[in-house]
Design a protein around this ligand. Structure first.
Ligand code: SF4
Length: 324
């Protein structure tokens, strides 16, 4: 498969009064053309910081990308001027958020916002931009799209706002769509519809997707590959089949056990003991060691290297390799 995005040794820190929050401690991941990669982990593990770093939207102060490379189609996004990056945002990479109102402007109609996004990145006149906006709203299954073009965001339901945001994000046919918890705020039925929609439209415009979620059910439904994050590290990455059927990392196994199983009667859901660590003073060595039932001496002293366990499947845990 052809590579679209390569993230290499990415480190992002936040300099706060309490100390330096080491939010990303050397992230490595690849996204291939046309695929959907799920990035999963508990709240606070660095998923959204990864997305904002790729978009170069980390605000200084307090946040800063301190090291690494983010290579999109051969170009290192960390080495280009902000003006060039602004053009890439919305044309080559688009992002959709959990909360549609963080992208939609309350004082402009839906039609004018999508049209503006189109004219900003494509050389088309106003009339053509309006036509494309309408086509986009149709594509995302917006009921009565012509009426919606003239409406303001507050006049739409949550599900419709989400559709409008997706239409806007995809209107320039980005190479990469980053979706950060896109359905968490919606009720279950709308959630399923929006997930179907994102998949369908993504396929139609042939873009790749980085889907960020804490919900493994969503990942199973949408993604072909999965990266598991814990406390600023990718601890395991592989195909969805490998991760769901044969997880190696104790943290991934814990996440899998925490999924309720419909056909199996269990007295209580197994949860991973302990809490996500404070990233100002993270645990030494493997950051998962205070919560791990397999912890060895070496785990407190050194961070485990990422090793290949089978084709396309990598894990960072001393149980599966690395010099102890
Ligand atoms: Fe557990 Fe050690 Fe593996 Fe970390 S490296 S997950 S502490 S066994």
């Amino acid at each position: 498969m052809e590579e679209l995005l390569k993230v290499k040794d990415l480190k992002t820190y936040f300099y706060t009064y309490e100390g330096v929050v080491k939010a990303l401690e050397g992230i490595n991941l690849d996204i291939y053309k046309g695929e959907s990669l799920g990035l999963v982990g508990e709240t606070g593990c660095g998923k959204s910081v990864t997305a904002l770093s790729i978009m170069r939207l980390i605000q200084w102060p307090p946040g800063k990308i301190i090291d690494g490379e983010i290579i999109l189609d051969g170009k290192d996004l960390l080495k280009i001027p902000e003006e060039e990056m602004r053009k890439i945002r919305g044309s080559d990479i688009s992002m959709i958020f959990q909360e549609p109102m963080s992208s939609l402007n309350p004082v402009f109609t839906i039609g004018s916002q999508i049209s503006e996004a189109i004219t900003l990145h494509q050389e088309v006149d106003k009339k053509e931009a309006e036509k494309r906006s309408l086509d986009m709203l149709d594509l995302v299954g917006m009921p009565d799209a012509e009426k919606v073009m003239k409406q303001y965001p507050h006049e739409l339901s949550g599900g419709m706002q989400q559709r409008a945001m997706i239409a806007m994000a995809l209107s320039c046919k980005p190479k990469l769509l980053i979706a950060d918890e896109p359905t968490t705020a919606l009720d279950v039925t709308v959630q399923a519809q929006i997930l179907d929609l994102i998949q369908k439209v993504n396929k139609e415009i042939d873009s790749s997707m980085l889907l960020i979620t804490h919900d493994l059910g969503v990942v199973a439904q949408v993604c072909s590959r999965v990266a598991v994050m814990y406390a600023g590290y990718i601890v395991e990455i592989g195909t969805a089949k490998q991760i769901f059927k044969n997880p190696y990392h104790p943290y991934t196994k814990g996440l899998m056990h925490a999924i309720p199983k419909i056909h199996v009667e269990t007295k209580r859901l197994e949860v991973i003991r302990g809490v996500v660590p404070n990233l100002i003073t993270p645990p030494s060595g493997c950051r998962f060691h205070p919560r791990c039932d397999h912890m060895m001496d070496v785990c407190k002293k050194k961070a485990p290297p990422t090793v290949k366990v089978e084709e396309g499947h990598y894990v960072a845990c001393f149980l599966h390799g690395g010099v102890k």
